[in-house]
Design a protein around this ligand. Structure first.
Ligand SMILES: NC(=O)c1ccc[n+]([C@@H]2O[C@H](COP(=O)([O-])OP(=O)(O)OC[C@H]3O[C@@H](n4cnc5c(N)ncnc54)[C@H](OP(=O)(O)O)[C@@H]3O)[C@@H](O)[C@H]2O)c1
Length: 359
């Protein structure tokens, strides 16, 4: 595989920092430039981040002295120097929508962690093990944008990154009704305990917009390309409650599920154990060897013990058992800023690179 030059837009933020770590020594992607708001532009990366560095690993040496670009004012300059950008910015939705389209129209593909374009019908929202074929809609999107190379591809919300993969191998049994309660880490809000002391010893029963995303986005992921758009799946019927809990990283979900054709517990465990997708077949650099991992122990998965499984790219599942109102219930866990954000985006970019979308 050739080496691609990439930019990180929103490099100073929580997800941007995670990109910086994941891309250090990446075999295909080389960080060529960093961009953030006008507040950071013109400073070195180290100065711009200041005391906001939130990763346990140190800031990559090669990035410390890079001068940060202005993500909004320098679109053309940035687009002309890189093969594509990763984007994770905290701006208003309509501003993000416009900014990402400006990069795409400047012939710079955008792999985005933002939610702004998740509802756009010709923008693929890819979980590489589940719906890699949705990348084909990029041809239609390029037609609409009038571009040859430029396009936008997005990652789904971090909340669903554990239960949608766990349910996916079971779709052949007709997954009918799903109830998922999520217990989400504070890094999902771009925060640490130092910056959010009110979260110590606390649970907050509201995360703005999260339940809508958790219920709707799976239907796009399970949707089908029809003509120039992705048409959402009609089933399953999903209801969620999303809570913020006092964990640094790792989103847990308690899931209840009913089927049209109820499988046995052994069949479910077998489907999880044997599941693999294109990232595993293509041996992509960030692909976990085993995406779905079932624990027989009653007290697993645990956030602290299991969120870093396979570098934070795998999903952990446990406590599968019958339920009195649904067919079954279980719990599952994924790392929200790795698989749920930057790591998931890097894997998506690897898939797109392997399929020639950045050529
Ligand atoms: N945290 C997660 O687990 C997670 C998961 C999935 C998706 N996301 C999404 O990823 C995005 C970033 O989240 P985050 O947690 O990394 O946020 P964050 O820590 O607040 O970082 C925000 C980034 O956006 C930049 N920014 C803010 N205003 C800007 C402007 N007007 N123009 C250009 N850049 C601007 C900031 O630059 P300055 O430092 O210069 O202000 C910073 O680099 C959000 O859309 C979020 O919904 C986050």
């Amino acid at each position: 595989m050739k080496t691609f030059n990439v930019g990180i837009i929103g490099a100073t933020g929580m997800v941007g920092q995670r990109f910086a770590i994941l891309l250090e020594n990446h075999p295909w992607f080389r960080v060529k430039l960093l961009a953030a708001s006008s507040r950071s532009a013109g400073k070195t990366y180290e100065e711009a981040v200041g005391n906001r560095w939130a990763m346990t690993a140190p800031m990559p040496e090669a990035l410390k002295n890079m001068v940060v670009y202005d993500a909004v004012a320098d679109v053309e300059k940035i687009a002309s120097q890189v093969d594509f950008v990763f984007c994770a910015v905290d701006m208003k939705k309509d501003e993000i929508r416009e900014l990402e389209e400006r990069y795409a129209r400047a012939e710079c593909p955008v792999v985005s962690n933002n939610s702004a374009h998740r509802g756009t019908k010709d923008v693929p929202m890819i979980v590489p093990e589940i719906n890699p074929e949705h990348a084909q809609i990029i041809h239609a999107q390029r037609k609409r944008l009038g571009t040859k190379r430029g396009f936008i591809a997005v990652k789904s919300n971090c909340s669903l990154q554990s239960y949608v993969p766990a349910l996916h191998p079971l779709m052949e049994y007709g997954v009918k009704n799903v109830l998922a309660c999520t217990y989400q880490a504070i890094s999902g809000a771009g925060k640490t305990f130092e910056r959010w002391p009110e979260m110590v010893d606390n649970v907050i029963p509201y995360i703005g917009g999260e339940e809508e995303k958790s219920e709707l986005e799976p239907l796009k992921i399970w949707g089908k390309i029809e003509g120039d758009e992705i048409v959402n799946a009609q089933k399953p019927c999903i209801t969620t409650q999303c809570l913020r809990v006092a964990c640094s990283d790792g989103h847990m979900a308690a899931v209840f599920v009913s089927f049209d054709k109820k499988p046995s517990m052994d069949e479910i465990k077998e489907k999880w154990a044997s599941f693999k997708g294109e990232p595993q077949d293509l041996n992509l650099p960030s692909a976990p060897k085993h995406f779905l991992n079932y624990f027989e122990e009653n007290d697993r998965p645990q956030t602290r013990l299991d969120r870093n499984l396979e570098g934070g790219m795998a999903v952990s599942i446990g406590r599968l058992r019958p339920d009195s109102q649904y067919d079954y219930k279980f719990v599952c866990l994924s790392h929200n800023t790795v698989r749920g954000a930057a790591g998931g985006a890097v894997l998506m970019a690897e898939l797109l690179a392997a399929k020639g979308y950045f050529d």
